[in-house]
Design a protein around this ligand. Sequence first.
Ligand code: MSP
Length: 651
Amino acid sequence: MDKNTYYITTPIYYPSDKLHIGHAYCTTVADALARYHRIKGEEVFFLTGSDEHGLKIQRKAAEKGVTPLQYVDEIIANFQLLWKELNISNNDFIRTSQERHHKVVQDTLTKIYEKGDIYKKNYEGLYCVPCESYWLERQLVDGKCPDCGRPVEKMQEESYFFEMSKYADWWMDFIDKNPDFIQPASRRNEMINFVKQGLEDLCITRTTFDWGIPVPFDQKHVVYVWFDALLNYLTGIKYGTDEAMFNKFWPASLHLVGKEIVRFHTIIWPIMLHAMGVEIPKKVYGHGWLVVDGDKMSKSKGNVIDPLALIDEFGADAIRYFLLREINLGSDGNFSRDALITRTNADLANDLGNLLHRTVSMIEKYHGGIVADMGASEPIDDELKALVASTVADFTKQMDNMEINAAIKSVWGLISRANKYIDETAPWILAKDETKADRLKTVMYNLAETLRNVAILVSPFITTASPKIYAQLGLEVPAQFLLKEAVWGGLANGTKVAKGEPLYPRIEIDKDGCTVIGGKKYVPQVAAPAPAPEPEKPAMEPIKPECTMADFEKLDLRVGKVVAAEKVKKSKKLLKLQVEIGDEVRTVVSGIAMHYTAEELVGRNVIVIANLAPATLFGVESRGMILAASDSQGKLVLADAPDMASGSRVK
Ligand code: MSP
């Protein structure tokens, strides 16, 4: 049964930094779709939010000296401000740090664990911290993360694994039976090829940091961020707490995501749901990326565009319109300030703004503001009426297919036709001829009625325009515009229009290259000069899994004094040391020849593991090991205990 509901989600954004215009793009597209389904009369639930856990946030908070929650709170307040300013109509904002979400994640984990799909093992892998993902050596591109191109770190930890591999056949079969699940089709093929290469089990817990949701059956683990994050889509519609609400909106109609996270949403997510016995969402759409003046946005290039500053200058509608009109949803798209100004002036200020302004002004001038269709029709009117009907049909089809820019082009085709209709019917000439009085009234009615239809069609895209058009046409602004009212003849005779401010002021550029909008001057955001690259902070090796005091006490650490030293023949790295430990002198071979000369060491105290089993290196038997600190860049410094008698215990 068709539930007449529509559940749409955006990815939940990482609050590691402020959002840029690329993030705003994804949410704007989702908002346009949500609004479209509302005008179709569907009950829509639109969810967005923040993905707060993980090592990256924990490290950033530690650098600032605040708790992870304090760190994200401030950034999330900024997300919410952005969505408000951009007129985003989300029904809820989910935060993964919320209690309601912890419960869903923990319950889910327990359920899958009890089912037997989760097991524990030691894991060593290559981890990309920004993407919070493990990679296999063969998946790296030039030794770096294949998603973001940043370096990966070697991590070793005891982890729980979700046995995804056993669902590979189920997944292939599901994709086969649901060919529309992954959109666009090119992404579907990518995913099929990925799974064909072999589906690995998924490491779903971490012990190397604690900013995450504790694993209910093993508290020293926290849940892997992606396993945690994907479940937000269930938490948002009250999975496990409000059955009626959940059943109303699940399965989700659409998860809209960026192309680089399609894999998580189309492979891991359906398999998780299948393991839980929950229905699979209807569609995942992977949109393209927004670049700026042809270049990927990055802090180091200084080309990251702040959407809030843009909204302040140009208004939310101009930004929304540009993003939706200019970019073909599945492909990458370009943002440029010049193109934004050109589009806003041409389509919003000129085409739509002028159509409204000319129409309402003429109705006021010729008919005291009153609209009336006197039935004095001519063939050109039928053409306009037919175009309204075909535009509504095209728009509906295109929006149903998520061809947003094509739908906008259809509506602007109608707007252009209406402007041309003014030129062709020449109301100023009709006004001079009394015998044409009825014809003039009909012409004006046709224009106003076209605008009423246009107001409904543009409402998903430019949210402030539709109420203003309705108000200027003298119509009561409805709580919800409805597509079913986009049929010819809805405007009643006798309606009184009321001219208002121009819909969109023209953007002028003054001699200094500044924009002047509605009399206010804006200095363009100059791309900040690229800051000097931060010296790469050596990544710390992860802490090894916990050991007990009893484990530690097995080691006998002693202060030793180096009494003689020489290089081990044929080895670049090894020194052979004679180390006095109390009454005894023993041979210890150590890999420190690249850092210390033999002479430097004689007479110096070192710390020795005195009860290490002997090992033979380059033919020399070594009885013990000396301790040193080393960093990931390979620097090495011996641990020391100056002025302590040799043989002293280190504990
Ligand atoms: N937290 C994860 C998503 C978890 S969803 C269960 C994440 N967050 S993100 O903040 O890095 O990215 C969120 C979305 O923003 C992604 O869909 C990503 O594609 C999108 N964008 C980030 N930069 C973008 C552009 N320059 N252009 C378009 N969208 C881009 O991934």
